[in-house]
Design a protein around this ligand. Sequence first.
Ligand code: URA
Ligand code: URA
Length: 239
Amino acid sequence: MTETEELLQRISRYIDQQKEVYSLPDFDISVENEPSSPMLPDISTDSTLAAITTLSDLETYCSTLDILRTDLTDTKMVFGKGNPNADLMVIGEAPGAEEDKQGEPFVGRSGQLLTKILESINFSRDDIYIANILKHRPPDNRNPLPAERQRSLPYLLKQIELINPKLILCLGKVPTETLLETKSSLKDLRGRFHPFLDKYEVLLTYHPAYLLRDPNKKRDTWEDVQLLRKRYDELGCKP
Ligand code: URA
Ligand code: URA
């Protein structure tokens, strides 16, 4: 595929997704219409969001927003937790029951496994920052819907911008598909770093909940996080 064809395909995917979210009518696309970053929302469209300069202000703002909620009522927001200056951000899918109860990411069974995985490469949870694609729990632990991801993404992108990590680890399909705008399999995408927004490097691996169901994948995950640690040290990341 030529670069132009690839570009048109990305724009077309972007428009399909926008149509799904906003029910837009069909319209023609041309190369001149290229959005600077297909599919990723423009965070400057919310002027309050654009003006925020600290994580705690972002957290307060997010707590006021109904658009970050799912169709479950009375959920507690799970904003994210960890070192606000982390060089590594870990991104999961959405809070589950235990996370909803405690208001913190990855504190249930998957979270305990995540802690062990991080410890295997000499990270404590306080060294890094952990967040999710969604800040509220979806009903019945279903996957976040495309529209829910789309509504939450500007706030996560702002969170990433404020933390300004060097590396991002995506856990499982949902954060990988959402950030890297791809439908390729984890198997095909794992094992290498993917550039993200010209500033960050993304590595992905299996979700700890998936490892609990299929322990055979633990070996791959272990290899992935070794690679992550190696790159972290190579880049002189702190702590
Ligand atoms: N699974 C996730 O993806 N995120 C959490 O915070 C907990 C479980
Ligand atoms: N599917 C997922 O959603 N996550 C994984 O980690 C693997 C398969």
